[in-house]
Design a protein around this ligand. Structure first.
Ligand code: PGA
Length: 252
């Protein structure tokens, strides 16, 4: 079911007390404000239990930032799908561009992680997007198309409907350089058409496609107004309650 979503990716930020403070601020905000979108956060894995306990009524859905593609075993430093499932986490980001860049993650890895999450009834937020060179060369649609096919096209129609996609052009992440609303719309519509060409329009229309890359309070509303943009995956601006809440209000 296609939903409007604002998701905060905290990345490797905030110590315990800062993370706790931000979670309390979010809880307070959700209690006092009716939002026209669903709100997710992806805190560092160390704080997932705290988040789950605090948002016990599901006011905000809690996501991991990554999961291992293995189920268990000698994989030091990793966390498994089964672990996040066992503490009631809603899902995980998959193949964020920083995982691709610093950890060599590929769309084939993403495909395995997505299937493992779906097998446990958890929601994958699959991230893709081109780099600056690919944007400049004009290859970006081909790049995003190939990423999407490799990561998702072995899924059944029922499965792909449960995936959230986050289009995040690498050149716009953490750079202050945002794709224009029209640039985002172009790629989002392309991804949706690609999915429709394999799974049918009805299936493609059910999938939420988020935009990520320097979304801020002053550009969120315009980006979210585009027909194929169903929300945002927010990095830096998710770390301050004032900014994050204004982005959420981009749907008002
Ligand atoms: P940013 O990050 O909003 O800081 O650009 C977005 C992301 O990486 O998900």
């Amino acid at each position: 079911m296609r939903k409007n979503i604002v998701a905060g990716n905290w990345k490797m930020n905030l110590n315990y007390s800062d993370a706790q403070r931000l979670m309390y601020q979010l809880l307070e905000y959700k209690k006092n404000n009716k939002t026209n979108c669903e709100v997710f956060i992806a805190p560092p894995s160390l704080y997932l239990t705290m988040a789950k306990d605090l948002f016990e009524n599901g006011e905000i859905a809690i996501f991991a930032q990554d999961v291992s593609e293995h189920n268990s075993g000698a994989f030091t430093g990793e966390i498994s799908v089964d672990m996040i499932h066992s503490i009631g986490i809603n899902g995980s980001l998959v193949s964020h561009s920083e995982r691709r860049l610093y950890h060599g993650e590929t769309d084939s890895n993403a495909n395995i992680k997505i299937k493992n999450l779906l097998n446990k009834n958890l929601t994958p937020i699959y991230c893709n997007g081109e780099n600056l060179e690919q944007r400049k060369n004009g290859d970006y649609l081909e790049v995003v198309g190939n990423q999407t096919k490799t990561a998702l096209f072995t899924l059944s129609a029922e499965e792909i409907k449960k995936v959230i996609i986050a289009y995040e052009p690498v050149w716009a992440i953490g750079t202050g350089e945002t794709a224009t609303a029209d640039q985002a719309q172009e790629v989002h519509a392309f991804i949706r058409d690609l999915i429709a060409s394999k799974y049918g329009k009805e299936t493609a229309d059910e999938i939420s496609i988020l935009y990520g890359g320097s979304v801020k309070p002053d550009n969120a509303k315009e980006i979210f107004s585009k027909p194929d943009v169903d929300g945002g995956l927010i990095g830096g601006a998710a770390l301050k309650i004032d900014d994050f809440s204004k982005i959420i209000e981009g749907f008002n």
